[in-house]
Design a protein around this ligand. Structure first.
Ligand code: MTE
Ligand code: MO
Length: 400
C-alpha cells in the first residue's frame, strides 16, 4: 500500500486527483474482529459453561449436606471420608477459575452488549433481557462467593440462602442462553467454524485468537495454582492467594470461629460435663470420657469456604455414646454447643453419620488435647461432612 501512495504523490498536477486511498493505519487490523466474534465467544463460553455446571452441582451437594429435606436426612452418605473435601474444594477452586472465564467471556462479547438500537423486536428484547439476567446473576455469584471465602460481607443479606437462590437463576439463564444461541454454538463448536470453512487455512484460526485463548488459559492456571493448595495439600506450598493456608493455626489447623468469638470462656467451661439425652440419659465428666475406649481417625476438616486439611483425631465413638443412652438403631442425633449464639450452635446428624464408626466426639487433635479454639473440651468430627457441622465445644447430645 505504501508504494501505491508513493505513486499517487507523483501524478501530474493538472489531472483530477483520484479519491484518497483508505489509510491503512485507520483500519482496525483485519483479524481483530475475531476476538469478539461468535467463535471466540463459543470457545471461552464452553469452558465457562463447564465451570458453572461444576459449581452448580457441587453447590447442590453442599446445600443438601447442610440442609437435607426430612426424607433425605437419614440417607446422606458418610463415605467416602474425603467426599466433601473434594466437592467443596472443586466448588471454590472452579468458582475462582470462573471469575477469569467470566471476565474473558464478557470482554469477548462486549461489543454485542452495546448494540444500537438496544431492542429491535419483542423476541430480541426478551433475548437481551435473558442475557442481562445471565450477566447480572453470574457476576453476582462469583463476586459474593469470592467475598465469602475472604469472610467479608459488605451486604445486608445472609450469604448462604441468597447464593443458593441465585444459583438457580444462573442455571436457568444459562440453559435459556444455550437454547437461544444453539445455532451459533453448533456452527462454531468444532475445530473449524462452519462459516470460515471457505477461508484459506491461515485465516481460519489466527494467531490472535490462539494467543487470547492461551492467555485466558494461563490466567486460569495461575489463579488455580496459587489458590488450590488451600484444599489440595500437595500444592500447599504454592497457596499464595487463598485466604486460608491449611497448615497455619493452632495445632496445625486453621480456625474459623475462635472460642472468644463464640463466647466460650474458661469460666463457662468450669464444671463442664457432657449430657447425653435419650431413653437412658446420663452425664459424663471429661475424666470419665477419657476412660472410655478411645478411637483414632484421620479425617479432614473441610470448610465450606474451600480450605480443608486432614488431621488425626481421637475420642469416643458417637454410636457408643448413643447406644449407652438406649438409642434405637437408626436414630439420628442433635448436638448442642456451649457457644452462646451463632448459626452453628445446634447441629443434627442423620443415622448414617451417627452410626459411622469414624464419627467421634473428639477430645484430642494431632496427639494433643484439643485447644480452646478447636473446641475444647469435646467436639464433633465426622467423615464426609461440611466443616460448619463439625460442632465445637459440645455440651449436650440428644438422641432423636
Ligand atoms: N460451635 C461451633 N462449632 C463450629 C463452628 C462454630 O462457629 N461454632 N464453626 C464451624 C466451621 S465453619 C468450621 S470450618 C469448623 C472449623 O474447625 P476448626 O476451627 O477446629 O478448624 O468448625 C465448625 N464448628
Ligand atoms: Mo467453615
Amino acid at each position: 500500500m505504501g508504494s501505491r501512495i508513493g505513486r499517487r504523490l507523483h501524478v501530474p498536477a493538472f489531472r483530477l486527483p483520484a479519491p484518497l486511498p483508505r489509510l491503512p493505519a485507520l483500519r482496525p487490523p483485519a483479524s481483530s474482529g475475531r476476538l469478539h466474534d461468535p467463535r471466540t465467544a463459543t470457545a471461552i463460553g464452553r469452558w465457562l459453561g463447564v465451570a458453572l455446571a461444576v459449581c452448580f452441582l457441587t453447590g447442590l451437594i453442599s446445600h443438601f449436606l447442610q440442609n437435607p429435606p426430612g426424607w433425605l436426612a437419614g440417607y446422606l452418605p458418610s463415605r467416602p471420608v474425603w467426599g466433601y473435601r473434594l466437592t467443596q474444594g472443586l466448588h471454590v477452586g472452579v468458582g475462582l477459575a470462573a471469575i477469569v472465564l467470566l471476565l474473558a467471556k464478557l470482554w469477548a462479547v462486549y461489543p454485542r452488549l452495546f448494540v444500537w438500537p438496544p431492542v429491535r423486536s419483542v423476541m430480541h428484547g426478551l433475548e437481551r433481557l435473558s442475557v442481562a439476567v445471565l450477566v447480572a446473576s453470574g457476576v453476582f455469584q462469583v463476586l459474593t462467593g469470592l467475598l465469602n471465602i475472604a469472610e467479608w460481607y459488605p451486604w445486608p443479606f445472609s450469604f448462604v440462602p441468597v447464593h443458593y437462590a441465585v444459583a438457580w437463576i444462573v442455571a436457568g439463564s444459562v440453559l435459556l442462553h444455550l437454547a437461544v444461541k444453539a445455532p451459533e454454538i453448533r456452527a462454531h463448536w468444532g475445530r473449524r467454524s462452519a462459516d470460515t470453512l471457505t477461508l484459506p487455512d491461515a485465516r481460519r484460526d489466527g494467531p490472535d485468537r490462539r494467543a487470547l485463548l492461551i492467555g485466558v488459559g494461563s490466567a486460569v492456571g495461575a489463579v488455580t495454582v496459587t489458590t488450590v493448595g488451600q484444599s489440595f495439600t500437595p500444592l500447599a506450598s504454592l497457596d499464595l492467594l487463598a485466604p486460608r493456608h491449611p497448615g497455619y493455626g493452632p495445632q496445625g489447623l486453621p480456625v474459623n470461629r475462635t472460642a472468644a468469638a463464640a463466647g466460650v470462656t474458661e469460666d463457662g467451661l468450669r464444671g463442664w460435663y457432657l449430657e447425653v439425652l435419650g431413653p437412658a440419659p446420663f452425664r459424663l465428666t471429661l475424666d470419665e470420657l477419657r476412660t472410655l475406649p478411645q478411637v483414632g481417625a484421620r479425617l479432614p476438616i473441610a470448610c465450606v469456604e474451600g480450605w480443608s486439611v486432614d488431621a488425626r483425631w481421637s475420642g469416643v465413638r458417637i454410636r457408643d455414646l448413643m447406644a449407652r443412652a438406649g438409642a434405637l438403631p437408626g436414630s439420628g442425633l442433635r448436638v448442642v454447643s456451649l457457644e452462646v449464639r451463632g448459626a452453628y450452635r445446634v447441629m443434627e446428624m442423620g443415622r448414617e453419620y451417627a452410626q459411622d464408626p469414624l464419627t467421634l466426639l473428639a477430645l484430642r487433635l494431632n496427639g494433643e488435647v484439643l485447644s480452646a479454639d478447636h473446641g475444647y473440651p469435646a467436639r464433633i468430627i465426622a467423615p464426609n461432612r461440611p466443616g460448619v457441622l463439625q460442632t465445637k465445644w459440645v455440651t449436650r447430645l440428644e438422641v432423636l
